[in-house]
Write a protein that binds this ligand. Sequence first.
Ligand SMILES: [Zn+2]
Length: 223
Amino acid sequence: MDNYTKGANLRSAVATLTGAYLRHGPQLELERCPHCAVARPTLTQLWHIQTADHSGQIKWHWANYVCSSCGRISLAVSRENEAQPIVEIWPQPNEVSDLIPERARDFLRQAIASIHAPAGAVMLAASAVDAMLKAKGYKDGNLFPRIEKAAADHAITREMALWAHDIRLDANSQRHADENAPLPNEADANRVIEFASALAQFMFVLPAQVEEGRRGAIADAAS
Ligand SMILES: [Zn+2]
């Protein structure tokens, strides 16, 4: 397997969560629309095109799909031709990896599904963060001190701990403290979900992918 193909396989991980490679077709079979997050969306192919790099060696098959619910377009690309697995989608689908512990995964899925009820989505995403920290042994006390402790232990990066303070993770307690504080809006909810997703990537998904890559490298070296 050449290095490029390996990279493409890693990047297709998002599409393979259901156990099957995602491919082009009259419909793009995603669990949720990458834009509006509606479940089981009808994403219909509008057009497709094939391109190649300057040498003509690396070929791409591009297709775009319109969501019948929100009317927005997603772009998907595969190597070579339309029969090959899709390696990337824009915007990136907000799918939740099975590599994330079950409780955190359920909270994160529900947060994404309730993006149109932002106050609820923020609470669900905060619960996902709480469950991820608990899964790594950070069990006691409020969310922020536990995030700080995880950063001090290098379980997450310092930047992630700083990021946690820039979003409305604690929207619930803020509201109790200040009755005039506005409810979280959809942008707030998106930021909290983005943070929870990044945390899940860093704590659970990337380590598993790196381990898989290492096993592949060892197997290649042995063959
Ligand atoms: Zn949509």
